[in-house]
Structure formats: C-alpha cells, structure tokens
Ligand binder design. Structure first.
Ligand SMILES: [Zn+2]
Length: 397
C-alpha cells in the first residue's frame, strides 16, 4: 500500500528537475539520496551507496519507508537546488556524463561533486593547470603486456610525452592538438582505461593505458581536454566557448567486427575490427592493434559519399548482411553478421555522411608527408590513407 509520504515523494519526483536523475539525466529516477535531497537513478544510487552513508544516504522512493523529516528534506532541496550548489564551478572542459557513459566517468563525476566537492572548491581541481605528470600502465606496441610509463602533459609545448626511463628522452611525443582520447573499457578489458589516438609518421597510431585508481585516469582525461580547450581558444579566439567544447574528443561512435572484401570482386571476405572515430572509419586485424590496417575518410553526402544495403553477398556464410560505403575513391563492400549490427553501422555512418564537414574533421586526416593529389592514396605507407579535399583543411584542428 502506498502511504502518505510515498505519495508526496511521487508528486515531488514529477516536478521539473526531479524527473531526471540529478547525476546522469536518466529519466524517471526512482531512488533518492535523502540527506543530499536529490532524485537519482538506480545506477547512480549504487555509486552513492559506495561513497558511504557519511556522504550520501540512499533510499528507494517506493520500496523503503520514509520519515516525515526525510520527505521534508527532499522538498526543501530537490535536483535544481542541489545542481546550483554542487555544480556551481564545473569547468567547461569537464565531460558531464550521461546515462550511457562508461562507469568510470559517471562514478568520478559523482565523487567529484559530493565527496571531493570539487565544483564548490575550484582549488581542488588539479587538472586545470595545463601540466600533469605521473605514471600510467601502457600496453606494448608489439606484445600485449602493460608496463609502467611516465607521462608528461604540457599545454605550452602542445605535447603529451611518455618515457620508458624517467631521466631519458621520451619514447613517444604526441601532439595534443591532434590527439583523440576515448574510453573503450570493454575492449581494453579494464574499467579505468583510455585509448589515445594520434598521427605518427603519416599514420594513425593507438596507444592503450590504464591506472588502478579511477580518479587518476579521470584526472588525466580532464587535464588533456582542458589543455586542448585552451589551445583551441588560442587558435580560434573569436569562436564561442560552447562551440569549441564540441570539438573536444568524443568516444568512438561505434566499434565492432565487420567483414570486408578487397577492391577486386574475387577478393575474399576478411574479418576486421572497425572503429568509427568522428569521420574516420578505421579497420584493424585485432581490436587492440597499435595501427589500423586502413582508414576511410567518411565525407559529406554532397561530395559523393553514401551508404546502402546491398543484397548480394559473395557467398561468405558469416558475412550475411552486406552493405556498401561509397566514397569518391572507391566503393567498400562490408558485411555484418547480424541484422541488428548492420542497422547499427548504417545508422552511425548515415549520420556522419549527413553532418556538415568542419575544419577539424579534415585534420584528423592531415598527413605529415607530401600531399599529392586530392583524394590520392598514400601508397608509400603499407596502411592506406585517404585524404580529404585540401579546401576543407586548416592549419589547426
Ligand atoms: Zn543516474
């Protein structure tokens, strides 16, 4: 039976602000933190419980018994007032997670808000200075072992470097302004991991890192974004900050196995790990490869790009759901193993093709080597690279 207090809570929960989770925006939250006075979803409630009752006291709106004073507290605070307090000084580079984001992002967002109160006390935000140094576990290029490496972030130098030995020259120097950082925890197999993608000698390179402490990896992520935002502000001084934030790294739109044929009709289907990173569709032999085998620039529909279902497979029994990605350079014959998977790929590639090009889209394909002709293949590299129209390129992003 619904008692009086539960009825009051249900009415409160319908109010604007309370009808979405205070932390991840999930609809119709049915949990609450009754000392903080906020309505939250089940996933966030378990993170609140993990912080301990001295930070957050969690109850279900319907399944638990509520005291009058607790309901009163929910009425007095609510999600809007709590947001004003706990999110007062969220830096613009900070990625505010949504309900589908990786656990490490949501958990660190909640801990930053209520446990460390970072956004009430900006001096606790250690990731804003443009520099960071520390150790991360990095996967080997040739073998799958992870080794401790020292990483050094420098906004002034526009670099993220890593060292095998602390006092020696860096083993790798990544240009911050061309660096993409993504969370891919299930692929990497570690909750607190990041994939760093950058250009090296004209090819895309991936490195994979993790740290046992989720706060450390989250701080690195935010520090990289913060430095990148500052570099963008210098490069585009007249552009509104809200537009620049949209240019900060995003997680991959989609990843997974697909079947791919070569350029000749007689070529067999091969299984490849595909990653759609903004406008760059990469394919790899294995998910954690250091280099993609090939990269396809996914341009705008007005430049001749389209994607379509094809009805003719070429007899490969696993490549049952074929589709074609048409580019001005070549038609790629791909195939998924399930109907749902093909629908998923068609949807994200279609969205990409319809999205207008930005200068940043093109630079992910900027080559350090000589550019020969528009859309030419860089045959000097074993990994095929396609180049976007030079007209769409700018010197930065
Ligand atoms: Zn939530």
């Amino acid at each position: 039976m619904v008692d009086h207090n539960q009825k009051l809570l249900q009415e409160l929960q319908k109010k604007s602000g309370n009808n979405v989770c205070a932390d991840c925006g999930n609809l119709d939250p049915d949990w609450a933190s009754y000392n903080l006075g906020i309505f939250i979803c089940m996933r966030c409630a378990s993170i609140h419980r993990g912080m301990g009752a001295h930070i957050s006291k969690v109850k279900h709106l319907k399944l638990d018994r509520w005291e009058d004073s607790q309901v009163q507290r929910m009425k007095e605070v609510g999600n809007n007032a709590a947001k004003n307090k706990y999110e007062e000084r969220v830096p613009p580079c900070y990625r505010r997670p949504n309900k589908n984001d990786p656990q490490v992002l949501i958990e660190q967002w909640i801990r930053a808000k209520y446990e460390r109160e970072e956004f009430c006390h900006p001096e606790r935000q250690s990731y804003l200075s443009g520099t960071m140094e520390g150790f991360l576990m990095k996967r080997g290029k040739e073998d799958s072992r992870y080794q401790l490496r020292k990483f050094v972030l420098s906004e002034n130098e526009d670099t993220l470097k890593y060292h095998v030995r602390e006092n020696k020259e860096p083993k790798g120097v990544l240009k911050l302004s061309e660096l993409n950082v993504a969370f891919a925890p299930s692929k990497i197999g570690h909750m607190n991991s990041m994939q760093l993608t950058f250009m090296k000698d004209g090819s895309t390179r991936h490195i994979y890192v993790y740290h046992e402490d989720p706060e450390v990896i989250s701080n690195w992520y935010t520090a990289i974004r913060c430095a990148q935002l500052h570099l963008l502000q210098v490069a585009f001084p007249s552009m509104p900050q809200s537009d620049l934030v949209l240019r900060l790294p995003k997680d991959f739109a989609r990843e997974g196995w697909l079947w791919k044929t070569g350029p000749r009709p007689s070529d067999a289907h091969r299984r490849r790990w595909f990653t759609l990173d903004n406008r760059k569709l990469m394919y790899h032999d294995e998910p954690l490869d250091a280099y993609p085998k090939g990269e396809i620039f996914v341009g705008h529909e007005s430049n001749g790009y389209c994607i379509k279902v094809s009805n003719t497979g070429n007899g490969c029994k696993d490549a049952r759901f074929p589709f074609q990605l048409v580019t001005p350079d070549r038609t790629y014959c791909l195939a998924a193993t399930t109907h749902e998977d093909r629908d998923g790929w068609l949807a994200v590639i279609q969205q990409t093709i319809k999205r207008p090009l930005t200068p940043q889209d093109s630079t992910s394909f900027m080559q350090t080597g000589p550019r020969r002709t528009l859309w030419s293949k860089n045959l000097s590299s074993p990994r095929r690279l396609l180049q976007p129209p030079q007209a769409a390129m700018e010197s930065y992003y």
